[in-house]
Ligand binder design. Structure first.
Ligand SMILES: Nc1ncnc2c1ncn2[C@@H]1O[C@H](COP(=O)(O)OP(=O)(O)O)[C@@H](O)[C@H]1O
Ligand SMILES: [Mg+2]
Length: 232
């Protein structure tokens, strides 16, 4: 019997729920700040924006989606609770791109950074190599394999950061303020790039109205750690 939380029956068709959060609370240690009673559900393939003032809890929420900040069973990805048992599935399928690309790039070469995730999944060398090449192609950065990540421009770093998760072929992409440090051309290129990921479920926290408007079919508004409203 299929769980109602996983499938929604819409117009006679079953719709897969990619993300389901119900009653999620998190407070930073020794702090009153965090996220409070968060609940929402996102169907596979949806593109959803999270907006709200600085400190409203967007990043804290996003970091729960693949168990980075804490593994919390109130968060489900394709009906799997974010817990220790499922964490491999979760990390493979929820590709989180940090606001600051430097947090994502720590190897001596672009190749090694993009190969890191696939290697951790235990894929053999050939499969890893194919994954790296495919990911570089997806972000239009072929030929950058041997470059030192720290010497790239901010726009290039952002693309490589995206490639480091694309290489695992995640079903969900989570991006925290992806355009915040880009120049106008880099920002436009990034928006156009994100539009190419049609099959993926995409979650974006951003203040960039144009990005949200062009890419997202729904917007969740946050304030003071809570969801204030959800626009459809
Ligand atoms: N590492 C931390 N320790 C303590 N408090 C934090 C930490 N990170 C964020 N906060 C607090 O949690 C709240 C939510 O922050 P955050 O999720 O970063 O919001 P946003 O991404 O919307 O700007 C804020 O009040 C912020 O000050
Ligand atoms: Mg933030």
């Amino acid at each position: 019997m299929l769980s109602n939380h996983y499938f929604d029956k819409v117009m006679g068709e079953f719709v897969v729920k990619a993300i389901e959060v119900e009653g999620l609370n998190y407070y930073y240690p020794n702090s009153k700040n965090g996220v409070v009673d968060i609940g929402f559900s996102i169907k596979a393939g949806e593109k959803v924006g999270f907006m709200g003032p600085n400190g409203s809890g967007k990043t804290t929420l996003l970091l729960h989606l693949n168990g980075i900040i804490a593994m919390n069973k109130k968060v489900k990805i394709f009906n799997k609770e974010v817990n220790k048992k499922n964490i491999r599935f979760i990390r493979k399928n929820v590709g989180l791109i940090f606001q600051n690309a430097d947090y994502q790039l720590f190897s001596l070469s672009v190749y090694d950074d993009i190969a890191y995730g696939p290697k951790n999944l235990g894929w053999d060398d050939e499969k890893v190599d194919n994954a790296v090449k495919t990911a570089l192609k997806q972000v239009d950065m072929e030929g950058f394999e041997k470059r030192f990540p720290q010497n790239l421009s901010i726009g290039e770093k952002k693309r490589i950061a995206i490639a480091t998760v694309l290489s695992m072929d995640p079903k969900v992409l989570v991006l925290d303020e992806p355009t915040s440090s880009l120049d106008p051309q880099g920002r436009r290129d990034l928006i156009n790039l994100l539009k190419t990921f049609k099959d993926k479920t995409i979650i974006i926290a951003s203040h960039d109205l144009e990005l949200i408007d062009e890419l997202c079919n729904r917007v969740v508004h946050m304030n003071k750690g809570k969801i204030e409203s959800i626009d459809n």
